[in-house]
Unconditional design. Structure first.
Length: 89
C-alpha cells in the first residue's frame, strides 16, 4: 500500500508526517483510523482537514480525530508537516 506521506517514528505513539506539495490530490482519500489521534501542525501552507459531515477547516490548531471517524486532508499550496499522537483504546 502506497501512503500519500512520508513518516518518521518519534516515540511509541508519536509520528512526524510530511505531505508533499507535489502530491496528486486524488491520493488524498477519505479514510478512517482504528484509534483516536491528535494532529499538531508543524508547518502548513494552506492545507485543510475535513471530518465527516463537516465543512473543511484550515489546519492551524491541534485537531482531535475520534477513532472510526471518516476524514481527509485537502491539499494546499506547499508542504504539510504534522505530528500525530495515536491513543490506544
Amino acid at each position: 500500500m502506497n501512503l500519500p506521506f512520508t513518516e518518521k517514528l518519534l516515540g511509541s505513539n508519536q509520528y512526524l508526517r510530511e505531505f508533499s506539495a507535489d502530491i496528486d490530490t486524488h491520493e488524498l482519500e477519505w479514510h478512517i483510523d482504528r484509534e483516536d489521534r491528535t494532529i499538531e501542525v508543524i508547518q502548513n501552507d494552506d492545507w485543510h482537514i475535513q471530518l465527516d459531515n463537516c465543512l473543511p477547516k484550515l489546519l492551524k490548531e491541534n485537531v482531535f480525530i475520534p477513532k472510526e471517524t471518516y476524514h481527509r486532508v485537502i491539499k494546499g499550496s506547499g508542504n504539510l508537516i504534522v505530528k500525530i499522537t495515536k491513543y490506544n483504546n
